[in-house]
Design a protein around this ligand. Structure first.
Ligand code: ADE
Length: 225
């Protein structure tokens, strides 16, 4: 699966993909992440990519020309299944959206900055708008990294134990059960006996009960869904 991310701050996207599971996914050839610096597509001698908003108002707006040049150059090389714009106006990201996107081949992600991007980029090129929550960040880079991470870990073969993505919180509409590791007794704080029993069926029942209990307590809205 291939991701092309367009941004004015490419450095912000270096570290999130350089470690652990995402790094392994790249090394195994299961995911390719290409970060494009929007300024490289500016024809202006100062490499500027933004301008004042028509009609006034605070903040600068990213212009259509550099985005159009970059997007069209990429589209000339391959077809994209989705061109996603990261924005607080978008559909709120969740596991269902991640699952759907993990079956795609090529995804392009546009990161906004400053006041946002010219509306015409959204009208002409963007096929999906995603928000990571009801709060405003300084740009779309961290949201793009979050969405990319959530998708890549679902690609078959990325996680060493393939079942572990399926047992993630939200995959079955429930939060995860509590988990423990050694020691079994830490200063009198004990791991539940059932987990030490070796009885697989009883452990599975206990875990499911714990999932329901936790979801009821913390996210009853998920049960209503
Ligand atoms: N850009 C700024 N804030 C954002 C958010 N909450 N979600 C996605 N992109 C954003």
């Amino acid at each position: 699966m291939r991701f092309d991310i367009i941004t004015v701050l490419p450095d912000l996207l270096e570290s999130p993909f350089a470690h652990s599971i995402l790094q392994r996914a790249k090394n195994k050839g299961l995911a390719e992440i290409h970060v494009h610096n929007l300024r490289d597509y500016s024809t202006n001698k100062h490499k500027s990519v933004d301008d004042y908003p028509y009609g006034g108002g605070s903040g600068m707006v990213l212009q259509i020309e550099p985005f159009a040049r970059c997007i069209e150059q990429l589209q000339a090389e391959r077809a994209y299944d989705e061109i996603i714009y990261m924005t607080p106006d978008g559909e709120t990201f969740n596991q269902d959206i991640a699952n759907g996107l993990s079956t795609k081949g090529n995804i392009m992600i546009l990161c906004g900055h400053y006041k946002g991007i010219d509306q015409r980029i959204r009208d002409i090129y963007v096929t999906k708008e995603i928000s990571i929550g009801d709060y405003v960040l300084s740009g779309g880079e961290l949201p793009a990294a979050i969405v990319t991470d959530a998708i890549i870990r679902l690609i078959p073969g990325v996680l060493s134990d393939e079942t572990s993505a399926l047992s993630d919180s939200f995959q079955d509409g429930l939060l995860d059960a509590p988990i423990y590791t050694r020691p079994a007794d830490w200063k009198g704080h004990k791991v539940p006996d059932i987990l030490l029993s070796g009885h697989e069926a009883k452990i599975a029942t206990w875990k499911h009960e714990q999932q329901l209990k936790r979801t009821q307590e913390r996210r009853p809205d998920l049960l209503n869904d």
